[in-house]
Design a binder for this molecule. Structure first.
Ligand code: TEU
Ligand code: CA
Length: 557
């Protein structure tokens, strides 16, 4: 149970106390943010050093990717001790200092909660695999198998079967990710009890919430379930998950913390059941808008898909629920490369689209500098296990090596995991020694010091958008309406309350294109507030090009 000190510190849960609605978040991938002790790996003290930088940007909270003890089969998403800090990152004292210093600066911290699976080195799993009657056996999913005959033919997200045969007990265990990440058995009340204790332990430390990893996978279909079209259907938002999510919600509510669930496979039609006043989480990370569509082997994302998918989520959550907005995270390539042409204008245009939609924006580290994809030339430059596996699969299928590399790396997670580019010194100021993953070669021009030499830098554009958003009720609560829905590259929308309306107008392409506002629009009422280029008055027939982005405001009677 929460102790009194914490109860007093926290405000009661009321409709008003939804601080996260006007907040802007920043995601930190700690291995790649800042190395303070010269071992080539980012760490907690590195984050502490850079708090003033984050404060300057104007953000309100940090989400930190897993920093717990882990053998790093999946860079920290394979946890061997939930209540210990990985030595690469520092100590529990370092964490406490970080939390304190962040709070002193009025920055909140949310942690990654990874409870779909543990590491295969977690003491529960080490016990579980010992014998059929071990008390921890049912902490995981086991089924009869032989090395040749696995319980079913389901495939894991990281490639290969979801089952790994284990010789000591001659059964197989289940994992939706890598074989080093066995799935916890949520049907077992003891497992849930242990997880809930651990969650309370972190909340008692005073953290401000959780990003909940892969939570839509915790419930599985029976092992004889037949896959028809969707290969992930047996463990994607499966009926029965509701009761576990409700139990989690009850704990989060007790502490009144912010929650964002990673909800892969949850369609927008279910958006309001998953978020909002009656939903399980304050908001979710949906994965629909950043799905690859189009040609395999292309590094480009479809603007049309992006726009329509985001619009569907904005519309589905218009009156009930809340969006989490993002264009990048540690699993995606860089947005300026995928939806732009690596240029500063494109980075600013994308920022404008993202930050003024309805929801809580999350900026991924380096996005505010326009950090780009990495030009991978060899598979040896990669760390991400899923990319390496994909590459090997393509080779095995007979794809020539060069083509296999192109296809595999185009959407690799490693693009966003390269070290943060702080300055133009060797290794981009991230570390004084060779980092765990190469620094992008463009660090001499794209880096955090550069921003101060240019008042129109991408960083300053982010800063202005964040400030504007925070001081404008209509940009937080105003109704969202997409304009020019059929235009392939213009991303435009309005945000409207009873007293004012905002118009966001962005060309997500370099080409010259024409748009036409309806005659009924009184365009002279709109005043331009912000742009990434020269201001331009609204006109009924308007030409746009070169990733230009404009923000207008109109006062309503
Ligand atoms: O990613 C989860 C994730 O990407 C899946 O939920 C998704 O459904 C699947 O890949 C389908 O495309 C999270 C983390 O963000 C990632 O870094 C981890 O590797 C993964 O969970 C395992 O913990
Ligand atoms: Ca370090």
């Amino acid at each position: 149970m929460p102790n009194t000190a914490i109860d007093i510190k926290r405000q009661p849960l009321t409709e008003k106390n939804t601080w996260w609605k006007n907040a802007v978040g920043y995601q930190i991938y700690p291995r790649s943010f800042k190395d303070s002790n010269h071992d080539g790996i980012g760490d907690l003290n590195g984050i502490r050093q850079k708090l003033p930088y984050l404060k300057e940007l104007g953000i309100d909270f940090l989400w930190i990717n897993p920093i717990y003890a882990s053998p790093n089969a999946d860079n920290g998403y394979d946890i061997s001790d939930y209540q210990a800090i990985h030595e690469d990152f520092g100590t529990m004292d370092d964490f406490q200092s970080l939390l304190q210093e962040a709070h002193a600066l009025n920055l909140k911290i949310i942690m990654d909660l990874v409870v779909n699976h543990t590491s295969d080195q977690h003491p529960w799993f080490l016990e579980s695999r010992k014998s059929l009657d071990n008390p921890y056996r049912d902490y995981y999913h086991w089924a009869d198998a032989t090395p040749e005959q696995l319980p079913n033919d389901w495939q894991s997200f990281f490639g290969g079967s979801t089952w790994t045969y284990d010789e000591p007990t001659k059964q197989a265990y289940f994992h939706v990710f890598a074989k080093e990440q066995p799935d916890l058995n949520w049907t077992n009340p003891k497992v849930r009890h242990e997880i809930y204790q651990m969650i309370r332990w972190w909340l008692e430390l005073g953290i401000d919430g959780f990003r909940i990893d892969a939570i839509s996978h915790i419930q599985k279909e029976p092992w004889d379930f037949k896959i028809t079209d969707n290969p992930w259907a047996p463990f994607m938002n499966v009926t029965g998950i509701e009761s576990y999510l409700a139990e989690l919600k009850a704990i989060f509510n007790e502490y009144n913390v912010m929650t964002v669930g990673e909800a892969s496979g949850v369609p927008h039609s279910e958006a309001s059941a998953w978020t909002g006043d009656h939903g399980y989480f304050n908001m979710i990370f949906e994965l629909e808008h950043c799905q690859r569509v189009g040609e395999q082997g292309s590094q480009k994302g479809s603007i049309h898909h992006l726009k329509h998918s985001l619009n569907q989520w904005q519309t589905s959550l218009a009156t009930d629920g809340w969006n989490a907005l993002y264009l990048e995270n540690h699993d995606t390539p860089r947005s300026v490369s995928v939806y732009g042409d690596h240029s500063p204008e494109a980075a600013k245009a994308l920022a404008t689209v993202l930050l003024l939609m309805k929801g809580t924006p999350f900026i991924y580290q380096g996005q505010e500098l326009g950090m780009t994809n990495y030009p991978f030339n060899s598979i040896k430059e990669l760390d991400a296990a899923d990319t390496i596996h994909f590459y090997q699969t393509l080779l095995a299928e007979g794809t020539p090596a060069k083509e296999a590399l192109t296809i595999a790396v185009n959407w690799s997670r490693d693009h966003s995991r390269t070290p943060f580019q702080w300055d133009d010194s060797p290794f981009g100021g991230f570390s004084t020694v060779t980092p765990w993953l190469n620094v992008n070669k463009n660090y001499q021009t794209i880096n955090a010091v550069q921003k101060d030499q240019d008042k129109n830098s991408i960083f300053h554009h982010y800063q202005r958008l964040i400030r504007l958003r925070k001081e404008t009720d209509a940009l937080i609560h105003g109704e969202f309406t997409l304009l020019f829905p059929d235009h392939p590259t213009v991303f435009s929308y309005t945000r409207t309350t009873e007293t004012e309306s905002w118009l966001i107008l962005v060309q997500l392409d370099r080409e010259l294109t024409a748009i036409t506002f309806p005659d009924s629009w009184e365009l002279s009422d709109w005043e331009e507030v912000l742009a990434n280029t020269a201001c331009k008055a609204l006109q009924h027939e308007m030409m746009l090009s070169d990733y230009e982005a404009h923000v207008y405001r109109k006062v309503l009677n």
